[in-house]
Ligand binder design. Structure first.
Ligand code: COA
Ligand code: AMP
Length: 631
């Protein structure tokens, strides 16, 4: 069957389609049916009993794959390569789970994981899954305040962290960040487990902190605890319009079925194959395609602690693909742009034998045609863009290599995957004609694996995703579908920006800037950037009577965002202006400001209060080199 037949088969009988896909999972109790009309947006396989860790680890050992490498750790920063077999992984994970259980972690308890790209991060995730505990991984590039916000939202019983992370030329001291976050948070975890790395041994707090190894000494390994199909597997926080991150809930059974299906259908990966997603466990790509999906499939996954360039050179991706005979490789377009900038003629690519690589997958941000064409030319394999979000956990639109490689149209992530009825709607919620730009929405129900709600926030879930277009899930992306059914993702409809494949909230940055004593009002927008896709830029209106040099205030604001949100925000650009452009009802015209910064044409908003302010914005931008500096 080709794509068309598979998609039609799902349309004709979604229930049968997903029950068939469910056969790929080992159930403790099989689901009686696929879809359950319950919860804010429906649930999948709710009456089944199953364990995620059993499916990702134990079943492969039972099937005779115990000696196969499950996780390959590649750290060009520490110059080390280390493989962990499925058998070893089973022993390590069941031991950690046993120790967590001995300290009181049980099914349903939350555990925050704050770790860099080391295999122990995956082991911590799997140990939680083994117990039915709900993990929430926090990206290492976030500062203490962001960690504190998440601690208060999901109220974890325990936090598992590492002593440090390693960025090129810089040790990221995790422990002081962890201590500061616990200090700031109202909720206090009962205990912390700290994986002490060679590069830094952190000081432990007596009675609260345990070292990873000492903690496990002499404990009884834990067996897999069966959980209900709709039990939350994890919570992953993502940026929304406001400063408060959204806790996306991932349901256990739908997650297993959808990811297991996607590994073969989308990435063409089966047991024994080698797969690498060069992302971070702190993001959804890391959850789905570094940890869970490759392990569910019985493949080898790579945990990479490094950067596409500078660790030590722009050939590091190709070296790892060659050495580990990677079959499907997944990265973000920004990583390729970084490589291309240093190696425009692909000289490093020629140094390595990439015969086993069948395709390159891109996601996380719009894959710009220039980058896609460069990769096509130099790698000689299909370059497959696919589009998804933290909320969905797997591709909404893609090119299913394991079913049929559809003709690639550069600039499009190809077609909707089975399970997704993707539509482009006008403001009134009516489907628009092919080629017409609109809001992209998905007809309910969403497929298995996607979010059933937000953690402890059903109302926010309904308001954020289901209320604007009744009967649909609103993706927050705008774009169009062409005559051939190819989807094009062009922009966000909200104030979320995408910086180096990282989804960030301008609202969160505005909250931080507004807390500076000299800032009366502010706005943050995304400006185009050649490398990172977008960069945040702040507009600051200072309090009356503030006579301090603008450069000084800006420097403090940059520091503040770094300290409060984290280095990952990459907030380095700001200008002082007298006033912000607004509508008559007081809404800041961020979209118009972004167009001016990017040098794009814009329509004077009909509701603008004072058009002259746009000239002031333009003059302030010219003074710092925009729009010339915008990509
Ligand atoms: N822990 C602590 N700090 C981190 C971090 C982490 N896990 N990840 C990034 N940072 C820091 C960086 O050190 C940098 O700090 P600096 O301001 O002191 O230089 C800052 O956050 C911005 O990081 P980054 O966006 O990675 O920019 P960069 O300039 O270091 O590297 C790229 C640029 C393009 C090479 C890099 O962004 C990249 O590899 N992007 C791919 C992203 C990706 O795979 N995303 C996954 C989504 S699918
Ligand atoms: P995240 O939740 O961090 O994965 O970010 C999801 C958002 O990133 C989407 O809503 C899009 O705005 C953007 N995005 C992800 N993949 C793509 C893609 N292939 N093309 C265009 N935008 C993308």
């Amino acid at each position: 069957m080709g794509y068309k037949e598979v998609y039609s088969a799902w349309q004709a009988d979604p229930e049968g389609f997903w029950m068939d896909a469910a056969k790929g999972i080992d159930w403790v109790q099989s689901p009686s049916k696929a879809y359950f009309e319950q919860g804010p947006a429906g649930e999948w396989f709710a009456d089944a009993m199953v364990n995620t860790c059993f499916n990702a680890v134990d079943r492969h050992v039972l099937a005779g794959r115990g000696d196969q490498i499950a996780i390959m750790h590649e750290s060009p920063i520490t110059h080390s390569t280390k493989g962990i077999t499925y058998k070893e992984l089973q022993a390590r994970v069941s031991s950690l789970a046993g120790a967590l259980r001995m300290r009181g972690v049980e099914k349903g308890d939350r555990v925050i994981i704050y770790m860099p790209m080391i295999p122990e991060a995956l082991e911590a995730m799997l140990a939680c899954a083994r117990l039915g505990a709900i993990h929430s991984v926090v990206f290492g590039g976030f500062a203490a305040h962001e960690l504190a916000v998440r601690i208060d939202d999901c109220t974890p019983k325990a936090i598992i962290a590492a002593s440090c992370g390693l960025e090129p030329g810089r040790v990221v001291h995790y422990k002081p960040l962890l201590d500061a976050a616990i200090e700031q948070a109202s909720h206090k975890p009962e205990f912390c487990v700290v994986f002490q790395r060679e590069q830094e041994v952190a000081k432990l707090v007596e009675g609260r902190d345990f070292s990873w190894h000492g903690f496990q000494y002499g404990v009884k390994p834990a067996e897999c605890v069966p959980v209900e199909g709709n039990h939350p597997a994890y919570i992953l926080y993502t940026s929304g319009t406001t400063g408060a991150p959204k806790g996306v809930v991932r349901p256990t059974a739908g997650h297993l079925v959808a990811l297991n299906w996607s590994m073969k259908a989308i990435y063409n990966i089966e047991a024994g194959d080698r797969f690498w997603a060069a992302s971070d466990v702190g993001w959804v790509v890391g959850h789905s395609y570094i940890c869970y999906a490759p392990l569910l499939a019985g493949a080898t996954t790579v945990v990479f602690e490094g950067k596409p360039v500078g660790t030590p050179h722009p050939g590091v991706f190709w070296r790892i693909i060659q050495n580990h005979r990677i079959k499907s490789f997944f990265t973000a377009p920004t990583a390729l742009r970084a490589i291309r900038r240093e190696d425009p003629n692909g000289e490093y690519i020629k140094r390595y034998k990439l015969h086993e690589m069948q395709a390159l997958f891109l996601a996380g941000e719009r894959a710009d045609p220039e980058t896609v064409k460069w990769a096509q030319e130099h790698l000689g394999v299909p370059v497959i863009d696919h589009w998804w979000q933290t909320e969905t956990g797997w591709a909404i639109a893609g090119n299913p290599l394991g079913i049929e490689l559809l003709p690639v149209k550069v600039g499009s992530p190809t077609k909707p995957m089975p399970g997704y009825d993707v539509q482009v709607l006008d403001e009134g919620g009516h489907p628009v004609a092919p080629g017409t730009l609109g809001a992209i929405a998905i007809k309910l129900p969403l497929p298995p694996g996607t979010l059933p709600t937000l953690w402890n926030a059903d109302d926010r879930f309904k308001k954020s995703y289901l209320s604007h277009f009744p009967g649909y899930y609103e993706t927050g992306d705008a774009g169009y579908i062409d005559e051939d059914g190819y989807v094009y993702i062009m922009a966000r409809t909200d104030d979320v920006i995408n910086v180096a494949g990282h989804r960030l909230s301008t609202g969160a940055m505005e909250e931080v800037l507004a807390s500076h004593k000299d800032v009366a009002e502010c706005a943050v927008i995304g400006v185009a950037d050649e490398l990172k896709g977008q960069l945040p830029m702040g507009f600051l209106c200072l309090t009356k009577g503030c006579t301090r040099p603008h450069a000084e205030v800006i420097k403090e604001c940059v520091r503040l965002v770094r300290d409060q949100i984290g280095p990952v925000a990459a907030f380095k650009l700001a200008v002082v202006v007298d006033r912000l452009p607004k509508t008559r009802s007081g809404k800041i015209l961020r979209g118009t400001m972004a167009k001016i910064a990017d040098g794009l044409e814009y329509k004077m908003p009909a509701t603008i209060d004072d058009p002259a302010i746009l000239d002031e914005i333009s003059a302030a931008l010219t003074a710092i080199g925009y729009p010339e500096k915008a990509a």
